[in-house]
Design a protein around this ligand. Structure first.
Ligand code: BEZ
Length: 217
């Protein structure tokens, strides 16, 4: 099954560093970020998980639960978390799925058999750097895949969460490089006349198809 934006995130049961979970129950009525990394005790991944741990308050503020994954076992994850905490001076609290049998990685298409930069010594693919943002209805709202060589920018993931959550509340979209507090774009489905009523802070018509309004945050 190919996962797309708009697909329901497949449910699964898994062992994690915070106990056994059923993914949909884990999400509950919150948002979720499911992200995978190639392997425990690898340098880029260590910095990434340290960053995510440091951003825990930012995820909490946005009602987002975070869960990591690699195809390593629980014992390995637990030892690695000690390293991450020490190196990044954090207290990593989010669960990491122990997907040694690769069931979840297969389900979420996190194994790229064509990527020669992300294989172990035996030629077996590691999990890629995937990110899935899932909303409270369990719908996939963002899919990202990064190469093994490049650590992800988790400020960007937070930025997308801000955009998606704002767009779910108001009839707006967000421009390139937008960040929380910047002007937003009136959704194309809203007429300019309707926009004047919906957005009392004002509507600036740059072109009939590009109308800006101050952020409703
Ligand atoms: C890393 O996390 O540093 C890494 C993992 C797999 C391949 C290359 C780099």
């Amino acid at each position: 099954m190919t996962l797309r934006l708009g697909s329901i995130a497949p449910d699964f049961e898994a062992k994690t560093t915070k106990g056994d979970i059923k993914f949909h129950d884990f999400i509950g009525d919150k948002w979720a970020i499911l992200f995978s990394h190639p392997a425990d005790f690898t340098p880029v991944c260590t910095t990434e998980l340290g960053l995510v741990a440091a951003l825990q308050d930012e995820f909490d503020k946005r009602n987002v639960k975070v869960i990591g994954l690699s195809a390593n076992d629980l014992d390995s994850h637990e030892k690695w978390i000690n390293d991450i905490n020490e190196i990044s001076n954090v207290d990593l609290q989010f669960p990491i799925i122990a997907d040694a049998d690769r069931k979840v990685s297969e389900l979420y298409d996190m194994l790229d058999h064509q990527d020669a930069t992300n294989i172990d010594a035996k030629g077996v693919p590691f999990t890629v750097r995937s990110v899935f943002i899932v909303d409270p209805k369990k719908t996939i709202r963002l899919i990202l895949t990064y190469p093994a060589s490049t650590g992800r920018n988790f400020d960007e993931i937070l930025r997308v969460i801000d955009s998606l959550q704002l767009g779910d509340k108001h009839r707006i979209t967000t421009p390139g490089n937008w960040k929380k507090g910047d002007d937003v774009i009136v959704h194309p489905s809203v007429s300019t006349e309707e926009a004047q009523k919906l957005f009392p802070k004002g509507v600036k018509v740059v072109r009939p198809y590009l109308r800006l309004t101050p952020s409703p945050f």
